[in-house]
Design a binder for this molecule. Sequence first.
Ligand SMILES: NC(=O)c1ccc[n+]([C@@H]2O[C@H](COP(=O)([O-])OP(=O)(O)OC[C@H]3O[C@@H](n4cnc5c(N)ncnc54)[C@H](O)[C@@H]3O)[C@@H](O)[C@H]2O)c1
Length: 418
Amino acid sequence: MPDFEVKDPKLAPKGALQIEWALMHMPVLSQIKRRFEKEKPLRGTKLGACLHVTKETAVLMDTFIAAGANIALCGSNPLSTQDEVAAALADKGVNVYAWRGQTNEEYYLCVNKVVGHSPDITLDDGADLVSTVHSKKIRAIAKIKGGTEETTTGVLRLRQMEKSGALKYPIIAVNDAYTKYMFDNRYGTGQSTLDGILRATNILLAGKTFVVCGYGWCGRGLANRARGMGANVIVTEINPTRALEAVMDGFRVMPIAQAAETGDVFVTLTGDTSIIRKEHMQKMKNGAILANSGHFNVEIKIPDLEPLAVSKRTIRPNLDEYTLKDGRKLYLLGEGRLINLAAAEGHPSEVMDMSFANQALCVEYLAKNPRLEPRVHNVPKEIDESVASLKLKAIGAEIDTLTSEQKKYLSSWEEGTI
Ligand SMILES: NC(=O)c1ccc[n+]([C@@H]2O[C@H](COP(=O)([O-])OP(=O)(O)OC[C@H]3O[C@@H](n4cnc5c(N)ncnc54)[C@H](O)[C@@H]3O)[C@@H](O)[C@H]2O)c1
């Protein structure tokens, strides 16, 4: 019998239908699952996972169950769990500790429950599980062969742990696979962030001034999609190369202090802290909407917003109105947590298919290679390329192969201008 704490176990049939829908759009993971069913590469392996508990994560968990693994799972954000999916996972035998709307204390209690299962391999989205294991549960470390990390912010934290000598077991940076960040961060975050904003507000984007803070993989995706919806997009950056790229991509680039005066909608996706602060909020137009799609809820400085307001009320789910002393109203979406998961369903299944195919294959790789050095490793190139090939095949796209003449040409230097 699995141990679990979910909102309502009776939601399981509803969750099962959601998972079925996701599975239909995840052909790469389905193929891996079929192989895992035969080969059982994770027989007897305990997995500890701290991931957003969505229908796509459930398909990944199913893949691990097929591989013979025993799983403990908690959410990787207090507001991202889909309760019906958590119930369905408990029904499938996963030890799941997750519900939507957790307090910070409850969130870490659940992370600790996963650590209590003594995993052999950890899976993280944001590195909260790894940091908990390292800071409090030192005894659990000895047993851990390795882990994986799903997102940019988690990889950043882990690289800092490696640099300071704190990292005690190897982690594969799944985020840094081409078949992850180029698709998940760009197309996934781009689309699902808009989805979250629209579900929370139902505003018209056409004609709005839409400020994107951070022109990284996520920011590029969002800025382009917002433009596609008719918004007038402004980008803010601190990196000159990325700022230049945004300019050449046709966006206006300016400091946040200037953008604050003109924006109708602001979205942060930097992985950094305190991007929108008091001095910016003080300049914003009446009715300005603030959302974050970066990993942690520190990008919009909520402790600055609270004291500026004389009153606060919830207008509709994920839409809080703050009335300032001068009567202006600012609207904060999803409590400043990643809006695509707080107000929508996270990335579409089609992109999670690739991200989670990398997760599945990297976990198999860790199980087969238990003696990697305790540092942050890249996803092996063969895994990254096999995910791309499987995805192309699944969508029915074919590519060329090098002829022997081309192979010879590309590996020589003698032939030049003719
Ligand atoms: N919402 C989601 O589902 C989702 C999905 C993937 C990644 N993420 C998260 O989104 C964040 C961004 O990820 P990414 O892959 O785009 O990272 P990235 O490193 O490619 O891009 C971040 C960009 O923000 C810029 N930046 C940093 N500080 C800034 C500041 N003060 N003002 C303006 N720009 C600033 C950086 O220069 C960089 O160009 C991370 O926290 C990541 O974990 C969220």
